[in-house]
Design a protein around this ligand. Sequence first.
Ligand code: SAM
Length: 195
Amino acid sequence: MVHHLYSACEFFKNVIVIKTRDRCIMELKRWVNTHTGAFDWGHAAKLHVDMEENSDQLLDKEVKMKSALQHVVKCNLKKENITDPIVLPLADCIISAWLLDAVCKDQDTYIRYLRKFSRLLKPGGHLILFASYGTTYITVGKEKFHALTYDEEFVRKALSGEGFVIDNIEVKERTAVCDLLDYKATTFIVAHKEK
Ligand SMILES: C[S@@+](CC[C@H](N)C(=O)[O-])C[C@H]1O[C@@H](n2cnc3c(N)ncnc32)[C@H](O)[C@@H]1O
C-alpha cells in the first residue's frame, strides 16, 4: 500500500519503507525503479491529485514520491531491532497503517510493538497510526485471519503508557457493507514521543 506515502512526501524528503515479505519488497522496488511490468499505482497518485486543491500534476506526484523514497528495508516486528541487521537512523515520523491490528496476537504484544516504534523515533518525533476499532477477523482469499480487537480507550492507555502524547484522534464510524472484515470504525491517530 503506498497511498499514505503521497502525502508523506509533501513533508519528508527522505522516506524509508519497511516491509516483511521479500515479494512485497521486490515489487515495491520494481515500482520505484520503474521496471517494466511493475505494479501500476497510478490510481493512488490520481486519488491524491484529485483530492488536493493546489495539487501537482500526476507525473510530478509520482516523481516527487519516488525521489523521496530512499530505501525499502526488510523488517520483522518480532526481532529486538525490527530491521536487524540494519540499524536505521532515528526518525522524525513513523506511519503505520493497519499493521498492529493484523500482526498482534494480544494487547501485550501491541504495547511491546509500540515500544519498538518509540525506540525508532527521535524525541518529539511523531507516530501516525491508521487503524480500526472492534475488528475480530480479516478475510484474505478463502482464509479468515485473527485481528486484534481493541477500542479507543485501550489505544489511548497504550500510547500514554509508552511515553506518547496524543495530538489528535479522528474516528469514522463504519458505513461500508461487506463481510470480509468486521471492523466497527476506522481511526486516524497522531501522537508524539515525549522529549
Ligand atoms: C494488514 S497488512 C498491513 C499492510 C501495510 N499497511 C502495508 O502497506 O504493507 C499486515 C502486514 O503485516 C505484515 N507482517 C506479518 N507479520 C509481521 C511481522 N512479524 N513483522 C512485521 N510485519 C509483519 C504482513 O506481511 C502484512 O503486509
